[in-house]
Design a binder for this molecule. Structure first.
Ligand SMILES: [Zn+2]
Length: 419
């Protein structure tokens, strides 16, 4: 039995154009967009959804989430795999309801592969959630960004099993870890190229892998058909990662204008996670903001504040391919849409921010059937009252969500009576 849905009355922004267009309708049949245009004649039995006053866009993609992590539970380290997965279900539901129909999850911090299981459960229709692309762990040098051993007292160290899957030093161990991740079902490989802000024993400017180590890592993943993205802040880390052949870079907030140019020239995507990183830099000297966080983290933001703020200016002025990603999990997942207004407040245009979460994200993720509203594409479509191209805050008001042609949310006032 075929099932069709006609979406009408909305402005339509296709993920590419400079503006949203009025008078367009979109017909979806069996999960695919089959027609886009004015006055579409719908087959009998079509579910007609009136989206007057809304803008219809491709489903949003958050290319940097941690669905198994939340600010109150800083680590899934000591949970069972089932507990980690179950705890993530409301997160997945929230993301989908808010219009995020695809996510790339970049490490669960668990000793299992819970995010792989979640991805598979969603694909099999067992649970509702965004389609997921997964890097299960952050491969890290010992003492690097993925090594939280420094936060644990000696008698807790044996519990730190997640490190057994993630710690990798030197080419041989790096090859082993990459292959283990892929054996378990990884879509992407993530690694720590530099230190970070939340990790206890490094600095975001320090480089935690040699050029040889990064190159071996990327090469091993490439041989097995997997793209690589590093957690990476400082300049030299960015340059080594680009030389190694990564597909994208996470954060990059300390990159100089020269390094951003290198990223741009290499066609590497950047996921700048500005809502959390630039915000923390702006608040670096605000005691209230840091009340619940470790002292070392605040000190790092104080030290790097000016570099982060000027880095945001350089990025806005660059032509780097920006993909939308938030690091949600480090803050409440329901707030991940706030990356949109954060980007705009740091000089990135509304159009560039929205492309980052749709057509550009799809390009980075290699999802040719998604990210654009056009005939033949998979019907991941969302709508929000207002127009995000002129009012970016509209991205926080999504009230229509369709994924794979299935309506997961419709506007309250909309009856959904079949035509
Ligand atoms: Zn992250």
């Amino acid at each position: 039995m075929t099932s069709s849905t006609l979406l009408r009355g909305a402005l339509v922004w296709d993920g590419l154009a400079d503006a949203a267009e009025a008078g367009q309708e979109v017909l979806v049949t069996d999960g695919r967009i089959v027609a886009v245009g004015p006055g579409i004649e719908a087959p009998p039995g079509t579910d007609v959804v009136d989206l007057a006053g809304h803008t219809l866009t491709p489903g949003f993609m958050d290319c940097h989430t941690h669905v198994a992590v939340s600010p109150d539970i800083t680590s899934a380290m000591s949970s069972s795999g089932a507990a980690t997965a179950l705890r993530s279900l409301p997160v997945l539901e929230t993301l989908l309801r808010n219009g995020f129909t695809t996510i790339r999850d970049l490490a669960a911090g668990d000793p299992h592969y819970a995010t792989i299981d979640l991805r598979n459960a969603i694909d099999a229709g067992l649970v509702a959630g965004p389609r997921m692309l997964v890097a299960p762990h952050l491969l890290s040098a010992r003492g690097g960004h993925g090594d939280f051993s420094g936060l644990l007292a000696d008698h807790y160290q044996p519990l730190n099993r997640a490190m057994e899957l993630a710690a990798a030093d030197g080419p041989d161990e790096i090859r082993t870890r990459v292959r283990q991740e892929i054996r378990a079902g990884a879509d992407w490989i993530k690694f720590g190229a530099t230190g970070g802000f939340s990790s206890p024993s490094d600095d975001p400017e320090q480089i935690t892998y040699t050029q040889e180590e990064m190159s071996v890592l990327v090469e091993t993943a490439r041989d097995l058909g997997r793209p690589v993205t590093p957690h990476c802040y400082g300049d030299e880390g960015v340059r080594r990662a680009v030389k190694a052949g990564v597909r994208s870079i996470e954060h990059g907030n300390l990159a100089s204008a020269d390094s951003l140019k290198m990223i741009e020239d290499a066609g590497v995507f950047l996921v700048p996670t500005q809502y959390t990183v630039v915000n923390d830099a702006q608040m670096a000297f605000d005691a209230e903001h840091w009340k619940r966080k470790p002292r070392f983290e605040q000190e790092k933001f104080q030290k790097h504040q000016s570099a982060i703020l000027s880095g945001a200016e350089h990025l806005a002025a660059s032509e780097v391919k920006i993909a939308f990603g938030t690091d949600a999990g480090m803050f409440p997942h329901a707030d991940n849409w706030r990356e949109f207004p954060a980007m705009v407040s740091h000089g990135i245009s509304e159009l560039r921010a929205l492309k980052a979460a749709t057509s550009v994200a799809a390009e980075m993720l290699g999802l040719d059937n998604l990210g654009v509203i056009a005939e033949g594409r998979i019907a991941d479509l969302i709508a929000m009252p207002g127009n995000p191209l002129t009012d970016i805050e509209a991205t926080g008001r999504v009230d229509f969500v369709m994924k794979d042609g299935i309506v997961h949310r419709r506007p309250d006032a909309e009856s959904g009576v079949p035509a």
